[in-house]
Design a protein around this ligand. Structure first.
Ligand SMILES: C[S@@+](CC[C@H](N)C(=O)[O-])C[C@H]1O[C@@H](n2cnc3c(N)ncnc32)[C@H](O)[C@@H]1O
Length: 168
């Protein structure tokens, strides 16, 4: 499994449409993730591109567990093809996108009120031509759409990083 990234910065002016320097510059990268073959740029069966923003939001960059879980999905692809998959706390959604690319019916979810993360998930789906559903799903909140999901598999990478989030 190999991961590469290219980076670019967007200026505050660009961010605000030239209306002033309200926000600091932010670093946007597109990381490329390869699966199958030699998992390298020149030899792979599947590639997923992820838009990451190096800022202080946990859902805007790829966490190491996500890379491992994505590789697991790839290795176990025969179990995912044709199944209904929901990814919780998907963030940049690498495992879910691998599942979508190998033929799963995927719903990518993250905190319902975090529009920045949810919008980034939509952009990443478009970038990879991933036919995924994106849904705001905050853990412990029983919104109606949750009951229509009926997943065969639930994915979660690095979602237990804070003991306060574990409800037993
Ligand atoms: C450590 S990040 C992991 C992101 C991604 N799964 C990865 O491994 O790259 C945790 C993710 O859980 C999401 N999250 C945190 N609290 C949540 C909550 N209460 N409900 C739903 N998602 C939550 C965050 O927005 C973030 O995307």
């Amino acid at each position: 499994m190999e991961t590469t990234a290219s980076a670019s910065t967007s200026t505050a002016e660009a961010e605000t449409g030239g209306r002033g320097a309200a926000a600091p510059p932010r670093m946007t990268t597109v990381s490329k993730h390869y699966f199958g073959g030699a998992s390298s740029e020149s030899d792979h069966d599947l590639r997923v591109d992820i838009i990451e923003n190096m800022e202080d939001d946990y859902g805007m960059f790829v966490w190491p567990c996500s890379v491992i879980l994505a590789e697991y999905v790839w290795q176990q692809r025969s179990r995912f093809t044709g199944s209904r998959v929901v990814e919780l706390g998907a963030g940049t959604s690498l495992p879910g996108l691998v599942a979508a690319k190998i033929g799963a019916d995927v719903t990518l979810t993250d905190i319902a009120h975090n529009t920045e993360v949810l919008n980034n998930i939509r952009q990443v789906c478009d970038l990879n031509n991933g036919n995924c559903t994106v849904l705001g799903l905050t853990w412990g909140e029983w919104d109606e759409p949750i009951f229509d999901l009926h997943p065969d598999v639930i994915l979660g990478a690095d979602v237990l990083y804070d003991s306060a989030m574990v409800i037993i």
